[in-house]
Every structure is written in structure tokens, then in C-alpha cells.
Design a binder for this molecule. Structure first.
Ligand code: F1P
Length: 356
């Protein structure tokens, strides 16, 4: 039986081009491009990792501040997370458009005169109704409880938003590469599907995902996918932070995946060699550096992604591999990824949107 989760991971190859078309037609709200404003990206769960990615990318492309926060912190501590920034605006990210903490965060922001932009996959969602503007990717239908293709499509939308807010030469160059990323995902999917099965193999007792800059948010999303679907122990760290303590968990039952990009490739390869020496299964996933010595570092597997992209583009290219690894580990344990333990499609708190 093919699970909805697997089908929807694979479906991103077909929904991403439609998202691209919608983004190219979308009428951006004026506040998104006001250069003296600070974007505050808000989300929960996987959508918080989207927020982290978007803020990291926005800072890099604009050279200006951008912030990521969970829905609950924006709602409960606006004095720390909304008020300190100069002329902030909210980008409220929610697949369902119904997550209570995000709705409450928007209400608090609106009460402070802070405009909000909704990004969701549900047409007419409560979030869309409450925001000043919104983008509804309602062609992305997801029955799976955990976020998969919705994450990929919301990521693409946030990449475009970061580009539009930055309006810099770096942003325009980054945007120019996005159609090629969408094409590459479709071309890579089958190979990444096989690679995921090969990495997971007979299964692991522990997964570690490492990434730097925008890729750290993707490492955290990969960790969440493994936790949500399989309940296997999983960790995520900024790549070079791993030596500062967490490396003590490494053993022969540990699978470490490093999301490598051109900016950090030599450092990632050096760490990969060290971890292989500690007995871990180590995978370097990313473009192969032209400066690197031929062949993979000893004891390290390389899952090669196409070269010539911006570092932050690799988020969309590596995502299907990470999602499929979590899926393969889950079905290996004869668990149902479509019905993850204790999880629901949306988290809605008691007391409705009024909150507090
Ligand atoms: C996000 C979320 C997911 C989680 C579960 C519950 O909701 O927290 O990250 O995997 O599905 O919902 P949303 O605000 O993006 O709809």
C-alpha cells in the first residue's frame, strides 16, 4: 500500500511548478518591500522551521534584520518578539491556516498596529481572514498529518518573499535560480528516493542532521520528520557545533547526514571524516566541491546534488531526500507514517482564538 505521506512527498515535483507560476503573478502587499521594515516570520512546528529558513535567507539577501519566532512566543511575549523591531510586519506561516498560536500572534500584532501577511495552503483559512494580505497555495492538498510537499511549496513562496523584501542584486540573482531549482527537484526525485532507501538500510537507532546558515533550519525539519513519523531518536545542530558536546552521542548505530553547501564544503568534509572515524554512518549531501580531492572522504557516503546553485537553494534540493529518509525509517519499523503517534493535522488550543 502506498501511504499518503509518500505520495505527497513525491507530489512536490508537480505542485512546485504551479507555486512558481502563482508567485510570478502574485500582487505583493506594499509593506513587504518597504526597506525600513523588519520582517518577523512566525510559525509552529515545521512552519517554525520555515520561518527560521526565511529569516536567515532574508538577512543574507537584504543585509538588514529579519526575525523568526514561534507562534506561541509572538503571542505570549510581544514585548520581546514583536515590539523591539523597527516598523515590523508579520509573515504568518501555517499550512492549515488554523493553528491557534499563530492566529493569536496575528491578533496581538494587529492590536499593536503591526500588519500581517498570511502564507497558507488552505483557501479561506481563518489566518487569511485575519491578515492584511495573503497567499493561499490551495493547489497543495496534503492529507498527511506531517508536513511534506506543503513544506517544499511554502519554502518556495518564502524564498520569493525574501527576494521581494530584499530587492537587492543578490536577491535578484537568487530569484533567477529558483526555476532551475524547481526543475532539478523533479529530475532528482527518483535518485533521491533510491538514496534514501540506501542510507536508511536496515534502520538506525539515532539520526543526526547537521546544517549551517539557512540549512540549519532544514536540518531541524529533518529531525522533526524522523521524530514525528518514526519516534526514533533524532538530533539537529549547526554543523560545526556538533563537536561542542553533542558528538558524544555518536556510535555505530548513528546515522549522521550533513547538508553541505559550497560555503562550508571543506569544513563539512573534515567533520564527516572525523565522524566516520568514530564509527557512525556518515552521509554528505550536497554539491561536490571542485576543489575537493576526488572521491568521498574515507568512510563517508556522498549523495551528490547538482552544482552551480546558491547555498540557500540547496534547501529545496535536499528536502525530498530528508523527507524520504524519515519515511523509509518509519515503514521499516512497520509504523504508519500517515497516522503518527499523538499527532493531529492541526494544533488547536482550547478557548479558541481569544487566547490567554
Ligand atoms: C504545523 C504543525 C506541523 C506538525 C503537525 C501539526 O501546523 O505544527 O508542523 O507536523 O502537523 O501542525 P500549521 O500551522 O503549519 O498548519
Amino acid at each position: 500500500m502506498e501511504h499518503a505521506t509518500r505520495a505527497e512527498i513525491l507530489a512536490q515535483a508537480h505542485t512546485l511548478p504551479e507555486t512558481l507560476a502563482r508567485l510570478e503573478r502574485w500582487a505583493w502587499p506594499p509593506f513587504l518591500a518597504e526597506r525600513d521594515r523588519v520582517p518577523v516570520f512566525v510559525g509552529c512546528g515545521s512552519s517554525h522551521y520555515l520561518a527560521l529558513y526565511a529569516a536567515s535567507l532574508a538577512r543574507r539577501l537584504s543585509g538588514r534584520p529579519a526575525v523568526a519566532v514561534t507562534g506561541s512566543e509572538a503571542w505570549l511575549a510581544p514585548e520581546a518578539w514583536l515590539e523591539p523591531w523597527h516598523r515590523p510586519f508579520l509573515v504568518a506561516i501555517s499550512r492549515s491556516g488554523a493553528t491557534t498560536e499563530v492566529l493569536r500572534a496575528v491578533e496581538v500584532a494587529r492590536g499593536l498596529g503591526i500588519p500581517a501577511l498570511a502564507l497558507t495552503t488552505q483557501a479561506g483559512a481563518p489566518l487569511s481572514v485575519r491578515c492584511d494580505a495573503g497567499l493561499e497555495l490551495d493547489h497543495v492538498r496534503e492529507r498527511s498529518v506531517v508536513m511534506t510537499q506543503s513544506f517544499a511549496n511554502l519554502l518556495l513562496a518564502l524564498q520569493y518573499m525574501a527576494v521581494h523584501a530584499a530587492a537587492s542584486p543578490a536577491a535578484r540573482a537568487f530569484a533567477a535560480g529558483l526555476p532551475a531549482v524547481v526543475r532539478a527537484v523533479r529530475e532528482l526525485l527518483s535518485r533521491l528516493d533510491g538514496a534514501a532507501r540506501q542510507v536508511v538500510g536496515r534502520g538506525w537507532r539515532r539520526y543526526v542532521f547537521l546544517g549551517t546558515g539557512p540549512m540549519y533550519a532544514i536540518a531541524r525539519e529533518a529531525r522533526l520528520k524522523v521524530q514525528e513519523m518514526s519516534q526514533i531518536e533524532a538530533h539537529a545542530y549547526v554543523t560545526l557545533e556538533f563537536r561542542h558536546g553533542p558528538v558524544s552521542v555518536v556510535d555505530a548505530e548513528t546515522c549522521v547526514t550533513i547538508a553541505t553547501t559550497p560555503a562550508t564544503a571543506p569544513h563539512d568534509a573534515e567533520l564527516a571524516r572525523e565522524l566516520a572515524g568514530l564509527g557512525a554512518r556518515v552521509v554528505l549531501a550536497g554539491p561536490v566541491s571542485r576543489e575537493a580531492p576526488p572521491g568521498a572522504p574515507d568512510g563517508v557516503d556522498v549523495i551528490e546534488l547538482p552544482g552551480g546553485f546558491d547555498d540557500a537553494h540547496y534547501a529545496g534540493l535536499i528536502l525530498p531526500l530528508l523527507q524520504l529518509m524519515a519515511y523509509e525509517q518509519t515503514v521499516l519499523l512497520h509504523k504508519n507514517p500517515d497516522a503518527p503517534r499523538h499527532l493531529t493535522h492541526v494544533v488547536e488550543l482550547g478557548g479558541g482564538e481569544a487566547g490567554r
